[in-house]
Design a binder for this molecule. Structure first.
Ligand code: CO8
Length: 261
């Protein structure tokens, strides 16, 4: 069994094919200390290489998804320690996960918590969710994507406002500005997120991975490069058994049975 201190790892869904990571430091509003992020990285590596897992959900509790990086832990960091220890490196595991990753956010998603949610592929929120990048209020700036990913999902004026004021954004506004896909009553959030994960997990895992990679290329390259990559990856789909099965199932008017080959 896994011996995690700061998270809970399980499988859920009707077919037990959804990996579920629950951040579990409730007394500190799930503040993201180094140990917690290392455990998240380990859990993600494990789920990513588990062929029975089709999609992954990350969540917190009703009060907090995560109220940010652990301020008490980093308060006395020096520049030399940050550079020497490669501070934040363990966070890159989240954005390099190949399987579809969905954040279910109830309560606070602030600072590193908001950035962790934005590293996921899709964000669903509970009605009481609060997003924000309050780093500026404590003399730092976002350090795990807050100045980079936010602008790509909500545009410059809103991103600047969030980063420069530290103001919190409620779930309804977050949905309006495109930061989250859907909002649910708090007690329905996890169930609805798992349903979404199950829908995605019913596709071919190979096709999911290719589609995810293509969408991410759009954030990281020019349109011309992205379109070229997409077209070639589209061609590559025809090398899979799952493409043959998917199209045969359509023609034969039956449900496809993907084998991830
Ligand atoms: N770090 C450490 N402890 C925290 C954090 C945090 N980010 N947030 C809350 N806690 C602790 C509190 O200290 C308190 O502990 P204790 O009971 O021992 O005093 C406990 O959690 C409960 O918190 P509050 O009593 O403050 O709860 P309230 O309901 O009154 O307030 C708030 C909730 C508004 C969320 C408030 O806790 C708050 O403002 N938290 C800090 C939010 C913040 O500034 N986040 C940004 C942190 S900086 C950051 O994330 C940088 C990211 C850079 C990349 C990642 C680096 C690893």
């Amino acid at each position: 069994a896994d011996n995690f201190e700061f998270i809970k790892l399980s499988k859920t869904g009707e077919q037990q094919n959804i990996g579920l990571i629950q951040l579990n430091r409730p007394k500190a509003l799930n503040a993201l200390n180094n140990g917690l992020m290392e455990e998240v990285g380990k859990a993600l590596e494990k789920l990513d290489s588990d062929s029975s897992v089709g999609a992954i959900v990350i969540t917190g509790n009703e009060k907090a998804f995560a109220a940010g990086a652990d301020i008490k832990e980093m308060a006395n960091n020096t520049f030399a320690q940050c550079v020497g220890g490669n501070f934040l490196e363990s966070w890159t595991k989240v954005s390099s996960t190949r399987k579809p990753l969905i954040a279910a956010v109830n309560g606070y998603a602030l600072g590193g918590g908001c950035e962790l949610a934005m590293m996921c592929d899709i964000i669903y929120a509970g009605e009481s969710a609060k997003f924000g990048q309050p780093e500026i209020l404590i003399g730092i700036i976002p350090g795990a994507g807050g100045t980079q990913r936010l602008i790509r999902s909500v545009g410059k004026s809103k991103a600047m406002e969030i980063v420069l004021t530290g103001n919190q954004v409620n779930a309804q506004d977050a949905e309006k500005m495109g930061l989250v896909s859907k909002v649910f009553p708090a007690d329905k959030l996890l169930g609805e997120t798992v349903k979404l994960a199950e829908k995605i997990a019913s596709n071919s895992q190979i096709t999911n991975a290719i589609a995810k990679e293509c969408v991410n290329v759009a954030l990281e390259s020019t349109l011309k490069e992205g379109l070229r990559f997409e077209k070639r990856m589209f061609h590559a789909c025809f090398a899979t058994k799952d493409q043959k099965e998917g199209m045969a199932a359509f023609v034969e008017k039956r449900k496809a049975k993907f084998t991830n080959e």
